[in-house]
Design a protein around this ligand. Structure first.
Ligand SMILES: [Zn+2]
Ligand SMILES: [Zn+2]
Length: 647
């Protein structure tokens, strides 16, 4: 039994322990094991992340956090931002500080350098200072302070940014943190001391408006990352170098997949022959899967009358920031480049009266849309101004939502499996239950759709997180996240319920009760867009695509000009089997031809010389594996087909 001077601490495994009032998470760790205590950098106390050195005075649920916990990492990196600030203040006296949060990978600090300058060349010097201060093992000391005292401190220091932040804080809730010679306004939490930081690297420097507002002053944002072990920094750097090598913009050029031309216009990709081949394969793959899943393809134009988008609401919402209307010789006639396919598909729905027996209707279209992205936002194929969505809209009855979600989930998982994305999770975005009036559509429909999504995801065994308040105002949704070969996360495949467009377009069906009802609309795109998906695919595979997708699957390499005819003959025979590639007729040594084919990542090299021509055979080499021996054309075709089968 506990006495008055004790607190009851419940650990995540449900076990209960009693400690003197004022115990810290670090002391709790120490009471379990010394090794654990050495690794504890923060603690979750009743679901709030705390300093591990902060006293616990009430019965609490405590989870000890280490570098392996996301919240632990965030605390580590945020504490490192303080260390960066301390180093900067030591090296550049008089600079002023904005804010220094942790980010997904590392942290940054926004600073006002006054008249001083910092460039990438200064990074090593700053990193060295950070490590020097880290070695002092300075404790992060929490100091609750009154608002008046805080104002006094930063007025004397002359830091107007901190003063502005204090202005927005409530008296009684303000804390300072001090480590070594540096004091910062901060809510915390932090790691116990700077000694945990064993490796530091500054990664970037950029301009950033104070508090993200364009009317404010531009500050200097310095990005960095730190680790508890030097080895982890080395691994991180290797990973970054690998990411650079896999950058789809670079590989897209090397493998001649796509290009951009200033003359054509920014953000408008040109698919080169090999890229187009890849894209067509992808499209054929999904078309086939969709046809099996009951979709019917439709085709709609690249433009639509402005009226269409007034009805859909896009004009009101995005019109100002979009490509502007196209005028015609007729006065008052205006068209828009299509920003999305949904309004067109709503009009297709309306071409016939629909009965409850007609539903669901699933209209699919590889529809090209145009959106005006700021030029600074454009990035390779991932952010462009013209792109093709693998779009589809499902129109169904409210009682069919769950079944349709299950079918779309199955389709998305089939796509992931076939393309080698094995590590995925999903997020379910629901209404904010305390603000139901923010959302359009009937309450009972929302409730039905939300539980349909939850049940569908559970039935398919998806690992999900559920976020309340993250739904769009027009409907709940489910998003997939995939992790690529380098551990980076990408959002792929959104399934979105929409109560708005059916209402705006007055879509109806006749129910079994002979009354008019409104269908539910579901938007979905497993790839998202052909452009963005291709970029992710390039980075995930480093350009070594699955055989069935490879733009060139074979390279036929005649040993000399004497065997050119035989090579051509083989090429035509393989083409008949839908095996693609080319004959390398260059007057080069065979070794050189093999090397070049390897560099451009052609999966199979078929070498033909005197012996092969005489026997009607091929000498088969596989990229990265080497010689597979000689095969007849029939043998190779059969072997190839097995290898190229979609998982
Ligand atoms: Zn802090
Ligand atoms: Zn849509």
């Amino acid at each position: 039994m506990k006495d008055e001077s004790q607190v009851k601490i419940t650990l995540p495994d449900g076990s209960e322990r009693f400690y003197p009032k004022g115990v810290t998470a670090l002391e709790i760790a120490l009471s379990i094991s010394e090794g654990l205590a050495r690794n504890v950098i923060a603690a979750k106390v009743n679901n709030e992340v705390w300093d591990p050195t902060r006293q616990i005075t009430e019965d609490s649920l405590v989870k000890l956090l280490t570098w392996n916990d996301e919240d632990g990492k965030a605390t580590f990196w945020h504490s490192s931002a303080h260390l960066l600030a301390e180093a900067l203040e030591a090296l550049y006296p008089g600079i002023k500080f904005g804010t220094g949060p942790s980010i997904e990978k590392g942290f940054y600090y926004d600073v006002d350098l006054g008249g001083q300058t910092i460039s990438q060349e200064d990074f090593p010097k700053i990193e060295a200072k950070m490590l020097e201060l880290a070695r002092q093992k300075n404790e992060y000391i929490r100091k609750p302070i009154s608002k008046a005292e805080a104002i006094d401190y930063f007025t004397k220091k002359g830091d107007e940014y901190k003063l502005e932040l204090i202005d927005g804080l409530e008296d009684g809730s303000i804390t300072l943190y001090e480590q070594g010679g540096f004091t910062d306004l901060c809510r915390g939490p932090h790691i116990p001391n700077t000694g945990f930081i064993k490796a530091a690297k500054l990664t970037n420097i950029a301009g950033a408006y104070w508090r993200n507002k364009q009317e404010n002053k531009m500050l200097t944002r310095i990005y960095g990352i730190t680790f508890p072990k030097a080895k982890e920094l080395e691994e991180y750097i290797t990973l970054m170098e690998e990411a650079k090598k896999r950058d789809h913009r670079r590989l897209g050029k090397e493998l001649e997949l796509f290009a951009f031309s200033e003359k054509v216009g920014q953000g408008l990709p040109l698919w080169l022959p090999k890229g187009a081949m890849l894209r067509e394969r992808l499209q054929a793959f999904l078309s086939k899967a969709q046809s099996r899943a009951g979709y019917t393809p439709v085709i709609t134009p690249h433009i639509g009358s402005k009226d269409l988008y007034v009805t859909s609401g896009h004009w009101d919402k995005y019109g100002k920031d979009s490509f502007q209307p196209i005028k015609t010789p007729n006065l008052g006639e205006e068209y828009m480049l299509k920003p999305m396919n949904c309004p067109h598909h709503c009009e297709i729905y309306k071409t016939s009266p629909r009965s409850y027996k007609d539903l669901p209707l699933r209209f699919s279209e590889f529809g090209t849309v145009y959106r005006y992205e700021q030029s600074g936002e454009l990035h390779g194929l991932t952010r462009v101004r013209g792109f093709t969505q693998d779009d589809a809209h499902i129109f169904c009855r409210p009682d069919q939502v769950k079944e349709e979600f299950i079918r779309v989930i199955d389709l998305v998982l089939y796509v992931f499996k076939s393309l080698g994305f094995d590590d995925y999770s999903a997020q379910i975005s629901l209404r904010d239950p305390n603000n139901k009036e923010k959302y359009i559509g009937r309450d009972e429909d929302w409730e039905k759709a939300e539980s349909a999504i939850i049940e569908a995801a559970a039935e398919r065994g998806l690992s999900t997180v559920t976020e309340l308040g993250e739904a769009a105002f027009y409907g709940p949704k489910l998003d997939f996240m995939v992790r690529d070969a380098l551990g980076r996360k990408w959002q792929l495949g959104t399934i979105q319920v929409d109560y708005q467009l059916p209402q705006r377009f007055q879509l109806e069906y006749t129910g079994s009760d002979n009354q008019k009802h409104r269908p539910v609309m579901i938007h979905r795109a497993p790839f998202g867009s052909m452009e963005r998906f291709t970029a992710i695919l390039i980075e995930n595979t480093a350009g070594q695509f699955p055989l069935w997708l490879s733009p060139d699957q074979i390279a036929i390499l005649p040993i000399s000009e004497k065997f050119a005819d035989y090579a051509e003959d083989v090429f035509f025979q393989l083409q008949d089997h839908d095996i693609r590639g080319f004959v390398d007729h260059r007057d080069e040594k065979i070794g050189r031809k093999i090397r070049d084919a390897e560099v451009t990542k052609v999966p199979f090299m078929l070498i033909v010389g005197e012996k092969e021509a005489a026997e009607g055979k091929l000498s088969v080499r596989r990229k990265g594996e080497g010689d597979l021996g000689s095969m007849t054309i029939e043998e190779f075709t059969a072997f190839f087909k097995k290898e190229a089968a979609i998982a």
